[in-house]
Write a protein that binds this ligand. Structure first.
Ligand code: F6P
Length: 349
């Protein structure tokens, strides 16, 4: 290959910059010029007035400094146009016109579907799983997941310290979209008493009973870690009637949230206070941990190596602690397995 490209797509994740740096090192090793495509797949759609807004030649000295920085130097976006075959053709044509013969796509599930489409249009692609959510079934870890978990663990430890001082239970919401892995690993790592995830149905009343059992045992600072997607698997509960009849104003149609859930727990458990914290974007914007940086390094260099050998349409992942690759199509068909026994263990103690 004469020239390759790299882009980051979807929600940013810690380690994306480190992966871009590793791709640049690999490209330099193989004497292949590298083009950084900006704003995810949008950079291929030729909507900008200036090419410099969409692409940048990446030299090693440009990217050496970005490896340990949070965020993504190339910027990122979710690109709705890629659902449309006409726009995908524009992207493939742009790559050909620029002489870019292979593409490294760093992103999550949606980004991999984009790469799969480009492969079908004859553009060799290699995917690196960049998302904090850990929701790609073919790999044990995604890039950024370890960092996100560490951010959540730090947050929960700090929250548990102040919760103990004030004898106040606390609801902590973490990210993960439809995946409860960040929540479960955070709960296990911090000794949190209750965890709620989208993968397992749960009820408000049962959770209040569990919290009451903790309070009865004298554990006044119990922590409930909730995945942001856990509301999807909540059994029906009339929050509006419950809160309004317990002196807390709530308007019909308002969605449940960590703070409303804390209000419900407070009232169901007759506590003086139950507080809540949403860890939020600090999970995505953190500096990558050594584990994520090391994965980024191996994945980035392997991606270029594969392209240089004419191997394409693959995604890189981690299995049994080792970096490996497999076909995009097969990877996207794998089914997620949630660690139900660990979940039950946390909630049963
Ligand atoms: O996919 C990563 C993620 O942070 C999810 O955990 C979260 O649901 C989503 O992105 C938020 O995306 P956005 O910042 O685009 O709203």
């Amino acid at each position: 290959m004469k020239k390759i490209g790299v882009l980051t797509s979807g929600g940013d994740s810690p380690g994306m910059n480190a992966a871009v740096m590793a791709v640049a090192k690999g490209a330099a090793l193989h004497n292949m010029p590298l083009v950084g495509i900006k704003h995810g797949y949008n950079g291929l759609l030729r909507k900008s007035t200036s090419l410099a807004d969409d692409m940048e030649e990446l030299h090693l000295d440009t990217v050496l400094d970005i490896a340990d920085r949070p965020g993504t130097y190339l910027r990122t976006a979710r690109c709705r146009e890629f659902l449309d075959p006409e726009w995908r053709q524009v992207a493939a044509d742009t790559l050909r016109a620029m002489g870019i013969e292979g593409l490294v796509v760093i992103g999550g599930d949606g980004s991999f579907h984009g790469a799969e489409y480009l492969c079908k249009l004859g553009i060799p692609c290699i995917g690196i799983p960049g998302t904090i959510d850990n929701d790609l079934p073919y790999t044990e870890m995604t890039l950024g997941y370890d960092t996100a978990v560490n951010v959540c663990v730090d947050a929960v430890r700090a929250i548990r310290a102040t919760s103990r001082s004030h004898d106040r239970p606390h609801v902590v919401e973490v990210m993960g979209r439809h995946c409860g892995d960040i929540a479960l690993t955070t709960a296990v790592s911090t000794g949190a008493e209750i965890v709620l995830v989208p993968e397992v149905p749960w009820s408000v009343e049962e959770t209040a009973k569990k919290l009451n059992r903790q309070l009865y045992k004298g554990n006044t600072r119990a922590t409930i870690v909730v995945a942001e997607g856990c509301w999807e698997s909540m059994e029906p509960f009339d929050m509006y009637t419950f809160l309004n009849s317990h002196g807390k104003r709530c308007y019909e149609g308002e969605p449940i949230s960590a703070s409303r859930f804390a209000s419900i727990m407070k009232r169901m458990c007759n506590m003086i206070e139950v507080r809540s914290t949403v860890v939020g974007y600090t999970q995505r914007g953190a500096e990558p941990t050594a584990r994520d940086s090391a994965f980024a390094f191996e994945a980035g260099t392997l991606a270029v190596d594969l392209l240089s050998k004419g191997v394409s349409n693959q995604v890189i992942g981690m299995r049994m602690g080792k970096v490996f690759y497999m076909s995009i199509d097969e990877a996207l068909q794998e089914k997620r397995k949630f660690n139900r026994s660990l979940y039950d263990l946390v909630n049963s103690l």
